[in-house]
Write a protein that binds this ligand. Structure first.
Ligand code: ZN
Length: 491
């Protein structure tokens, strides 16, 4: 009895200690990347005529800089029209900055700083837009290239992605130039021509900047935004992408003798071999882990998150498997935690009664920071084991970006301006798509991805989808963001 009693006491004591440790860590938790944004002196707001700015965004949306997989389908004159609009709409910005064309239609603007010892900052926005899916035009509340200003918004393809950034960036610079602002630090604007298809403009711009020895303090491009109903705290949250995933498509092919389907081989033929390989690859997923920018987001939110989340994040030594399970409950959450595998296209024989001679599957990967395309290939081969299939990249894979700092001066400036202009808490996160900023990595210390606009999770579908529109509230917020970012970083 006495021994049992002591044992029970020990167990209770151990439990009390465990609870005490968990609670102590919860209440004293500080995110690893926490920086004091109050140390940044954010420049004051500028005077913005939102209605006039909306008119200029409307004009930009009406110009159909639609980029296609086949460049022969593009209308190059539309890019020229957009260039002419920028030149006529923003005279003060054009008087202050040197303009050059690189690649075919990409633009580099340089606003020279008075102190050459300071590293420049680079702001990016692309000129091209994705097509409107044929047959969906009638689903738009306003015609997709009308640039209609209605219901408190500018409507049309590109009103957000990415003419929304381009126009508000120029509005911000125009306002500063008109005020007589002179940057101490050089400001470079890079506006690329074909972000949605090839990224050739971004590569040309990066090469030009590299040739002149530019090493920028930071780059800001599109990528993430202010989410108004984030799933962690339920409220607004300004997410800044500190990294983006890599992109690769693996073509898996099973070759077989083919022939008439009335006498199939005992193993079922190429289609069966291919199917087994695809299933094996898809089921041999990359392990999920609570690390990198996806984890950094939860860590920086933890102090303001509900108690259970705060406790779990402060005690990953105990709760990591639970956190991973929770985050991975949605596909978007799971994509933050690992490299994703998505079989997308399949090809067999051209006829229902013919066995395929080569059956192929295309598997699209989004590679998480820390993984590589070589690792993707290795994992696919391992999964397929002895199955008679071959592997080839559909096109050269893009590796994931490095992870940018969340303690650097660049981060502090960007985060402080984002917080001041949006009024939302700021957190780093991972961009699961790709942006042109990846090509600028060699010419900058840090690359960040942020559009200073509010979106509900349900709104995200309008980007590349139907009814893309920029609210006038977002328009004003974005102009202030770019103006105050430039004035703070370069002032
Ligand atoms: Zn875009």
């Amino acid at each position: 009895m006495r021994v049992l009693g002591r044992l029970a006491l020990l167990v209770i004591a151990a439990f009390v200690v465990l609870v005490a440790v968990v609670l102590f860590r919860t209440f004293t938790y500080k995110p690893p990347a926490e920086v004091d944004l109050a140390t940044v002196k954010v420049a004051p707001p500028v005077v913005v005529d939102v209605d006039a700015a909306a008119g200029r965004l409307s004009q930009a949306v009406q110009i159909q800089t639609v980029s296609h997989q086949d460049p022969a389908e593009d209308q190059p004159a539309e890019w020229d029209r957009l260039h002419a609009l920028l030149q006529s709409a923003y005279p003060a910005a054009h008087a202050a900055m040197r303009r050059e064309v690189v690649g075919t239609k990409s633009l580099i603007y340089t606003w020279p700083g008075s102190d050459p010892s300071l590293a420049p900052v680079i702001l990016m926005a692309h000129q091209d837009v994705v097509p409107v899916t044929p047959g969906t035009e009638k689903d738009w509340k306003q015609p997709p290239f009308s640039g209609a200003i209605a219901d408190g918004a500018v409507w049309g393809r590109g009103s957000i992605d990415d003419k929304g950034s381009l126009i508000t960036l120029f509005e911000g610079i125009e306002a500063l130039a008109k005020q007589g602002f002179h940057p101490r630090r050089t400001v470079i604007v890079v506006s690329t021509e074909d972000e949605e298809v090839r990224g050739s403009g971004a590569r040309a711009a990066a090469a030009a900047l590299q040739a002149r020895g530019v090493k920028a303090e930071f780059v800001v491009d599109e990528g993430l935004a202010v989410i108004t109903n984030n799933p962690v705290t339920g409220g607004r949250l300004a997410l800044i992408g500190t990294a983006e995933k890599g992109y690769a498509t693996l073509k898996v092919t099973a070759r077989a003798p083919g022939g008439h389907s009335s006498a199939p081989p005992n193993d079922g033929g190429g289609a069966v071999t291919l199917s087994k390989a695809v299933v094996a690859i898809a089921e041999h997923g990359f392990p999920m882990d609570f690390r990198g920018p996806g984890a950094a987001m939860l860590q920086s939110l933890a102090p303001t998150a509900p108690f259970a989340i705060r406790m779990a994040v402060a005690n990953t030594w105990l709760f990591k498997p639970m956190i991973v399970k929770q985050v991975a409950a949605t596909p978007a959450g799971a994509a933050l935690l690992h490299t994703t595998i998505a079989p997308t296209m399949l090809k067999g024989s051209p006829k229902e009664n013919v066995l395929p001679q080569d059956a192929s599957a295309w598997i699209n990967y989004r590679i998480a920071p820390g993984d590589t395309s070589a690792g993707v290939m290795r994992r696919a081969r391992d999964a397929a084991g002895p199955l008679a299939v071959t592997f080839a990249w559909e096109k050269p894979p893009a590796e994931p970006s490095p992870v940018s700092s969340t303690t650097s001066d660049g981060w502090k400036t960007l985060a402080a301006v984002a917080a001041a202009t949006t009024g939302a808490p700021v957190a780093p996160s991972l961009v699961t798509a790709g942006t042109d900023s990846r090509y600028l990595q060699p010419v900058a210390k840090d690359v960040y991805r942020f559009q200073p606009m509010d979106f509900g999770l349900a709104d995200i579908g309008m980007i590349h989808g139907t009814n893309e529109h920029m609210t006038l509230k977002n328009l004003g917020q974005a102009v202030q963001f770019y103006a105050r970012l430039v004035a703070t970083a370069a002032g």
